[in-house]
Design a protein around this ligand. Sequence first.
Ligand SMILES: [Zn+2]
Length: 949
Amino acid sequence: MSQPVMLPQGWEARWDSQANTYIYVDQATGRSQWEVPTQPSYPSSHPSTSPIPPEQSSTPAQGASHHRPGRRQYPTAQIQQMYGGATGYDTQPQQPMAPGYPDQSAHQQQQPQFFTPGLGDQQPAYGQQPAYGAGAPQVGQPSAYGQQQPAGYGGQQPVDQISNQFQQMNMGGYRGGADQKQLHQIQTVNLIGMQPDVAGLDAPPPPYLLPPNAAVTASPHIQPDPSYQRCTLTSMPTTQSLLNKSKLPLALVMAPYRSFRESDGDDPVPVIEDSVIARCRRCRAYINPFVTFIEGGNRWKCCMCGLSNEVPQLFDWNQAESKPADRWARKELNHSVVEFIAPTEYMVRPPQPPVYAFVIDVSSQAVQSGMVAVAARTILESLDNIPNADNRTKIAIIAVSTSLHFFSLPAGATEASMLVVSDLTDVFLPKPVDLLVNLTESRPAIESLLGRLSDMFQESHVVGNALGSALQAAHQLIGKIGGKIVTLTASLPTLGEGALKARDDPKLLGTSKESSLLNAASSFYKTFAIECSKQQVAVDMFLFSTSYTDVATLSCLPRYTAGQTYLYPGFNASRSEDAIKFATEFGKVLAMPMGLEAVIRVRASRGIRMSAFHGNFFIRSTDLLALPVVPTDQNYVIELQLEDDIKGSFVVLQTAILHTTCYGERRIRVITQAMPTTDSVAELYASADQVAIATYLANKAVERSMSHSLDDARSTITNKLGEMLAVYKNQVTSAAGASAQLAVPDNLKLLPLLCCGLVKHVGLREGASIPPDLRAYAQCLLTTLPCQSFVPYIHPRFYSLHNMPAEAGNVGDNGVVLPPALNLTSERLERHGLFLIEDGQNIFLWVGHEAVPRLIQDVFDLPSYGELTGGKSTLPVLDNPFNQRVNNIIAKTRELRRGVYRPHLYIVKSDAEPALRSWALSLLIEDRMDHMSSYAQYLTTVKNKVNGS
Ligand SMILES: [Zn+2]
C-alpha cells in the first residue's frame, strides 16, 4: 500500500485502520474523502491562513462515516479505485480538478455498491448452522457458533472513540501563509486500560510531508514503498541536539533487494537501459526526483551537496529511436526505486557466473535423519530452477563426515567418481579439474550423483563432522570466482578446523552467563567468513539438529558473508511435514536470483552521517557494506547521526546497491527517499514510525544480549520506550507531575505492544528453559527479517475460526479472505472453539476440548475430540466447505509474506501436551505468563518509568 507523498495545503492524511487505507481530511472544514486531494483546501467562509482551527470540528470517525458504512471490509478493487491507485495518479497531472471535485462526487455515488460481509454470499456462516451449536452440551453458550461476535473482534473501537483528544500543539516557528509547512496532526492516545487495536499494525508509516515542489516531477512514485526502505522518523531533526533531546532513534530500516510479488501489489523496478548515469561529481549521488535543473536545464544541482553538475549529453536523447526524448519522462526523475544498467567502469572484473558449492554432512546422524536424501532430491529437482539463464552456472558437491568426499563430474560423463581426502589439517583439492563444473555440461553426472548420494552413505556408521575443513575445501574450490557455499549439516562439527564442543550447559540458562552461549565459541568461523567475503563467497547454513549444533557459532558464517541461517530442530524426514518444509524452503533458496559481488552504500544530504550498521554483511570500509551474494528479502538497519545542523527544508537519503545479476549484467539499484526537516520535538513524535523503531530496537537488543546479558537486552528496549514516552509527556503534552495514564502519540500507539512482544520473544525473553540453539536462531531472524515478516514474528496473528465471518476462508477479490485479527490474549479462547495462531514461522491450530463432534469431523475427519492427536500435522482436505475454508486460511498464511519460510502446522489440543500448549500460549503476548508480565503490567512498568523521570 503506497502512502500519500505530498498533500496540497490544508489537507491531512489519516490512517483508517478499519478500511486499511488513508482518508484525507480538509483541515479547514473537517470534511473527509478517500481520494488523494490534488487541490489546496480553500475554506469558503473565511479566507484565513490559520492552519488548523483550535478545535477540530469533526473527528476522523465522523468524517469517515460520511463515506462508508460501519463495516470492516471492502473489496480491494473498490479501495483501489477510491484511493486512486496508479492509474488515478497518472492521469491527474493532465487533468486539473475543477472546483467542485466532480470526480469525488462520482465516487460518492458509488457508495451503495459497498460490499457488506455476509450478504449476498451463497455460503451461510459456519456459525449459523444450528447443528454445531445444537450438539454442544454446555449451558450458557447457546449460540456458541453464532454471529453475536461483531462487537468483539479485537475490541477495535476506533481510537478516536477512546479517550484521546486533539491537541493544539505549539509547532515551534512555523507560520501560516505562503511558506506554511505541512505538519502532522499530533493526536494523543492514552493506553492504560485500552485494548490495543491490532489491525493498526498493518498501517503504513506517517506520511512524508515534503514541501511543495520538492520534486521536479509530479510522479506519485518519488518515495519508496516502506517494504524497500523506511526511517524511524518521517521528519528529519535539524540538529543532533534536538534528536538527543527527543530520545527518538534515527535509523534507516531497509530491504533494498526485496523480492517482487504481484500478489502484494508490487510494481517491477523500472530499469534505465540507456547507460546514461548522471551522478554528482562531488558526493557521487545519483540523479533523482529531488534535484533541481538550472541554467536553462543544462545543469542540475545536487540535492545532497548542492554542487552544480552538467546534464549528460544523452540525457534527453532516445538512443533506441535516435530522436529527442522527454526528460520529464525519465524513470530516475519519476521513481524512487530504479535500476541502472552499469557500464564496464562499474566492474572490477568481468561478471562472474553464479556458483554453488554444496557442502553436505553425510555422517550417520545426517543420513539417518533423512536430510541427505531430501537435500539431494531437492537439488536434483531444482536443477532447472537454479539461475542459469546463459548456461554459465557452476556447481560443486562435497560430502563430509570424518573425511572429505569430492566428486569428479566431467562434462559428458554419465557417472560421477568419488575422491576421498582424509587429511583434515592441511586441506587440499584431490584434483585440479572437474570438481567445480558447468551445470549444463555436466548435468548427466550431477544428476546421477544426486540420485544416489544418500544411498552411497546409507550404511555408514561414521560419527563425526569435519565441517570446518570441508568449508575450507569449498572455499579453495570457488574462491577465485566467488559464489555461494550452501552448507547442510545435521551434527556438531567435531573434527578438523573449527571443531566445536557441546557447551550448552543447562546450568547457564537463565543466568547472566547465558549470553556467552549466544556468542561464537570459536573465532574460526568469523575469520573464515571474512576471508570468504573478501573473495566474494557467501555462506548459507541449513542446520538440522537433533541435539545441540551451536547455532550461535555457525551463524557467524552467514552473518559476515550476507548469507542466511535456516534451522530445522529435531528434523526427521520420515515425518512428511519435516521433509516438505525443508524441501520447499531449500528449493526457494536455490531458485532465488543471485545478486553477485554487491556493495551497499547510503548517501545523504550534507550533515547526515551513517554511524552504525546492523545486518548480515561485512563492513569493508567506513560505510561500504560488502555482500558477496545479495539475498532477497533480508533486512538491514543503519543508524544515522547529524554531524552538522541541517539547513534546508528537506533532506535526501539514497541507498545504492551495486551488484551483478546472475545473467552477467552489472546493475545499480538506487533507492531515493526525501524527508522534510523540522525543529520541533512534537513534529518528530508525530512523524515517528513504530514498526521501524521496533525493528531498530530488536537489533540493538540482540547486540546487547551478546555484549552484556539478556537482562540488559530487555532493559534496553523498555528503558528506551520509557525515555521516549517521558519526553513525549513532558515536552509535547506538557502534562505536569505523575500521571495515572500513559500518553503516546497516535502513530506510536502500538509501539509498547511491539516492545512487549520483543521482550517476551523467544530470542530475548527471561527463562531457563529455552534451548540455546532456538534462542540463537530466533536472534538471527529478529535481525534479518524484513518488516513484513518481522511484525508477525514478534506480534503473531490470532484468528477465531469456528465463528469466522462468512467471507473468511473464501476467495475474495484479493485472494483468500482472512478472518479479523484478534488481540493476543487467551481470554479470546473458547472451550468449544477452533483458533489459529501464527508468527510466520509456525502455525498453531488450537482446538478447544469441548469442540462439538461435527466440528472435529468436518475439520479433521475424526469422530470426536478424543480421537484427535496433537502435534506437527497436516490437515486433511475434505469435501465440506468449512474444511476447505480452514485449509485455505492455512495455505494463505503460508504464502502471505515475501521470503522462503513455510511454517509448520501444529494441532494443539487445549487440554493435552503441556509443552506444545504452553509454546502456543507463549505467542499470546498480552497475557501474563510464568514470571513475564502481561501487556497491562508492561504498560504499568513503562508508565512508572515515565513518571519517575
Ligand atoms: Zn552532490
